[in-house]
Each structure stands twice: as C-alpha cells, then as structure tokens.
Design a protein around this ligand. Structure first.
Ligand SMILES: CC(=O)N[C@H]1[C@@H](OP(=O)(O)O)O[C@H](CO)[C@@H](O)[C@@H]1O
Ligand SMILES: [Mg+2]
Length: 559
C-alpha cells in the first residue's frame, strides 16, 4: 500500500469512530443495529466492498437496510458479483474490520488481508460499488458513510442507485456484471415483459377472470416495496394491484404491518379489515425481499389464513413440474433435456408442505436457516426452488438449461402455432427472466404467483387448499450463551449441551404428529424453539415444555 493510500485511509477513518462496548457481527443478513451505532460500520463495509471489487474485478453492491426490523434500526450488507450474498469466506474479515478499535488497527488489518488475498492495490486497478438504501430516515447519512468508505480506496468509484428494494440492488449488480442494462427501468421492463409472455401463454379456457379475482391487494409494510410496486404496476395491463401501506401513506415502517408481522402474528396488518374478507391479499417486508399471501377471515377478530412461503414454493413447484412434463411428453426421449428439479427448505417449513412436495415426487432438501444456505443448495439443480416459511425465496435456473431453452424456443417460427412442448419451453424461459436469479424478490415473486394462479384458473382459496398446515408454535428463550447450543442435520438435532436432544425427544414423543427443534438465532440473542403437533393446543404445550428444558440446560442462571 503506497503512502497516498495510507494517508487517505487514516484521514477518512478518523472521522468514523466505532461505537464503544459493542461487538458487531456480520450475521445471516449483514450488520444490523440501532442506526446511531452504524456510521463507522457502514463506512468500513464501504472499504470492504471496494476491496471485494478489486479482488473480483467486478461490480459489487452495498445495500443499507434493516429489512423487517424497526424503523430506528438500520443495517448493511454486500452483494457479490453474481448478485448473491457476500462470500462466506470474507465474513470473518468483515467482522474484524467492523470491530477494529482505531484507524491504525484498521490499516493493519487491511494490509494483512490484502496480502493474504493477493489483492492488487496499485492505485491503477479500478473498482466500482453500487449503493442502495431503503426508506429509513437514517439511510441517507449512512449512504454517505458508505460512499466515504468506498472512495477511501484509490481507484474505487461509487454509483448511488438511490432508494431501492434489496432485491433490485442485487439484480442490478448481477445485471451489470453480465453486461446487461441495469437501471430500475430495465428491471421493471424485464419483469413486465416476461410477465406478458406468461400471460399470453395462459390456456384460453382458463383466461376468463372477473374483476374480483383479478385484483390483488398488497400491504407494502410502509416501506420501499409498495412505492416500487406502484411504479411496476403502471407497466402491467392485465393485472390490477392495489397497494396499501406504501411509504407515501404516512404509516410507520414495519409497525403492525408487513410480511414478518403477518407471518408471525397471523393477524391482519393495519389498513386491512373485515371488508377485505375473502380477497386475495399479500404482504411485503420492509425491504421487499419477503412475500406472503393471506386471506382475512370473515367477521374475525383480525385473524387471517396465512398462505406462507411454503405454499408459494408448492405453487411454483407444481407449475414448473407441469411445464417439465409437457416438455418431456412431447419431445420424446431423444431431444429431451434431463432437467434436475429440486426444492430446498429449512426445518421451519411446515411438515405438511414437506409431505405434499414429497408426494408430488419431488426431491426435498434441507439446509440450515439463512438464505445463503438455501440459495447455495438450490444452485446445484437445473431448476432449484427455495423458500423459507417467512416468504424469502426464489427459483434458480442453471445456465445450461437456459441455453437449451433459448435454443429450443428460437426454432419456433412466429407464424406457426406452438406445440405444448414449445409453449412449456417459452413459459420456463419467461419464468427464468421474471423471477429474480440473484435473491428472493417479493415483487417478482408476486407477479409469478399472480400469473400462475391465472394459468391454473385458481382463486387464493383453491391454492390454500393444496394442503393444510399442521398447527405450529414458535417461541424464543433468552439464555446465558446461545452459542452453547450446537446443532446438526440442518439444525434439527442438538448435539450440545449433551442430554438436551434426548429430553426434547422424550417430550416430543408424547404428541401425535409432534416435531420440535431448537437452534440459536443468527440475528437475535435468543434460542428459538419450534414445535408442530396435530392441534394448536398441543403445539403450544410442546413448545412451552421444550422452552422450559432449554431454560434448565442453558438458562440465564446456568452458567
Ligand atoms: C425463524 C426465522 O424466521 N428466522 C429468520 C431470521 O433468522 P434467525 O437466525 O432465526 O434469527 O432472520 C433471517 C434473516 O432475515 C431469516 O433468514 C430467518 O428465516
Ligand atoms: Mg427483508
């Protein structure tokens, strides 16, 4: 590192002192904390992003958001060249940078890391970082901190993409690195044109919809997603989207609204009521990377029927499986593509959804919680569909399948009538363009759900009837040290402390259809307990008993 670079880093970092007595960690979703604690962290993530761009020779993204957390929080995460999450291999360096106590320590760390990773800091190599933020009031100051971090690396430039959903920023990073146009307008155009393609291919006997079925009412969580959805909605002709709780309505971000609230509380969000009973409703989270649907129960006390990520996954799996069968039926063995379709869930997936997917003959895989694990697993398939129950997920297509579909669909001459197999190939190609290939994206997910429902000629009720969720209960326990819980088998079995799993097994065995697991949260200082059983009461009792066991083994007084 030359002198110019050294003094640039020392000068700029002296303006961003790290908070005292706080240890920050790049968790499942980047750094998250009260926004007042974050300027130095965001500045340092700016440095990290510039180094990552130098290392990979690609455009990198920095997104400033705390998703579904309260409005006074904020956070920051990095989008890697393919638009996915930061390589796990760099996370320890992110932690070390964020916690370096002084500018001198920071410089030392950077020097060591740059040498270890063989990053060329010659002042000549170029780096580029795209910045995005959600609607939080702390966002613009933090974006400025990120800018200062990036530009404290000689040769690094920043492009401020403005207020975006998290998936938009990831999409833009991926598009830039593929040499595709990457503005918000380009994103909207890709989504709307691929949706139109799918709409044009809806079987004619199913394309009749009355006004009521045609409309979806969306809770925007008073965040960025609602505004963007309105923008996107203007480009759509066949689909009517009514947005409520958009950030323009004056409500508080994520307060009694949004996908996290709807999924966890199973209550109607603000702005919805009994007049919406039976309607097709959906909810986004604060940065629009999660999507759930729901039905307001008639004359209810605010209860809803939740149509969660597992059911979205099931709908997508059903549609894609149908298209693959059209392809194979009509192609004959000679031309058919040996397409491997896989679905990926976590232990939080409702057991009824897993049974349903297995009954469809699908390969169901499990990973630990956190979309980076699900995404990685899904990428092993030609078509990999992953969803967390909370509504984060997408459908990944392998490059080789896309190439095959492109070649296959090119042969279809415009005048002639396409065969069923050709239509199926066109549909799959359109899905690969519609659904975000970088991360889970509530906006593109919503459009895909909507068009599949039209394709099937299904109401939300029909969709919800695919299977019935087993009653479940989720609790959290504060313990002395949550990291004392070590799990295996995609977090379904506790291996330490010894004896805890046996005690959980003994308890679970008392309940018909009982299933229960515990794991340390990656985002909160708690151990989470999840229980399923044949009745709501039994699920609640099982979760309570296991919570007591966790407390006995690890409680605040046990260390
Ligand atoms: C049970 C649950 O919903 N866990 C969430 C939550 O992780 P925890 O590690 O459980 O705190 O936040 C993650 C990031 O948003 C999300 O990926 C995950 O699904
Ligand atoms: Mg989110």
């Amino acid at each position: 590192m030359n002198e110019e670079q050294k003094s640039l880093l020392l000068n700029s970092s002296s303006c961003f002192s790290p908070p005292q007595g706080v240890k920050l960690s790049y968790g499942t979703a980047g750094f998250r904390a009260d926004a007042s604690l974050l300027p130095s962290t965001v500045y340092r993530v700016g440095i990290l992003a510039a180094l990552r761009s130098l290392k990979t020779g690609s455009v990198i993204g920095v997104m400033i958001t705390a998703s579904h957390n309260k409005v006074s929080d904020n956070g920051v995460k990095i989008a890697d060249p393919n638009g996915g999450m930061l390589s796990q291999h760099w996370e320890p360096f992110a932690d070390a940078l964020a916690n370096a106590p002084s500018p001198q320590h920071l410089l030392l760390l950077i020097n060591e890391f740059v040498a270890k990773e063989g990053i060329l800091m010659d002042g000549v190599s170029q780096a580029e970082v795209l910045l995005g933020r959600d609607t939080r009031p702390s966002g613009s100051a933090l974006l400025e901190a990120a800018r200062q971090g990036v530009t404290s690396i000689v040769g690094a430039v920043v492009k401020d993409m403005g207020i975006l959903t998290t998936p938009q920023l990831h999409w833009m990073v991926r598009a830039r690195n593929k040499g595709i146009k990457a503005s918000e307008q380009d994103y909207f155009e890709q989504l709307s044109s691929s949706l139109r393609c799918l709409e044009d291919l809806i079987p004619t006997e199913k394309s009749k919809f009355d006004e009521l079925i045609d409309k979806v009412v969306v809770d925007g969580s008073n965040g960025v997603g609602g505004v963007k959805l309105k923008g996107l909605g203007r480009l759509l002709n066949a689909l009517v989207i009514e947005v409520r709780n958009s950030s323009e309505d004056g409500g508080v971000l994520n307060d009694g609204v949004g996908a996290d609230y709807v999924q966890k509380e199973k209550l109607v969000p603000h702005g919805f009521g009994s007049e919406d009973a039976g309607m097709r409703c959906a909810s986004l989270d604060g940065d629009a990377d999660r999507l759930v649907y729901f039905i307001v129960q008639p004359e209810s006390s605010g209860r809803i029927d939740l149509v969660d990520g597992d059911k979205i996954l099931s709908l997508f799996a059903l549609f894609i499986r149908e298209q693959l069968s059209f392809l194979n039926e009509n192609e004959g063995l000679k031309n058919c593509y040996p397409c491997r379709l896989g679905v990926v869930q976590t232990a939080y997936a409702n057991g009824a959804s897993t049974n349903y997917l297995k009954q469809l003959g699908l390969e169901v895989n499990f990973t630990p919680t956190g979309v980076k694990y699900l995404h990685e697993k899904a990428a092993e398939f030609d078509i990999g569909i992953y969803f967390e129950a909370n509504g984060h997920g997408t459908v990944l297509f392998s490059e080789s399948l896309i190439e095959w579909l492109e070649a296959r669909t090119k042969e279809i001459s415009s005048g002639s009538k396409a065969s069923e197999a050709e239509k199926a190939a066109l549909r799959l190609l359109a899905v690969s363009k519609l659904i975000n290939q970088a991360v889970g994206d509530a906006l593109s997910g919503l459009l895909l759900v909507e068009v599949i429902l039209q394709h099937m000629g299904w109401s939300i009720h029909r969709w919800n009837e695919l299977y019935h969720d087993l009653p479940s209960r989720q609790l959290k326990v504060k313990v002395a040290d949550r990291n004392a819980v070590i799990t295996a088998n995609a977090e379904t079995v506790v291996v330490s402390p010894p004896g805890l799993q046996e005690a959980i097994n003994a308890e679970t065995g008392k309940y018909p259809q009982g299933r229960c697991f515990v794991r340390p949260s990656g985002t909160e200082d708690v151990v989470r307990v999840y229980a399923e059983a044949s009745t709501q009461e039994a699920a609640g009792t099982l979760a309570n008993s296991v919570t007591k066991l966790v407390d006995q083994f690890l409680g605040l007084n046990s260390s």
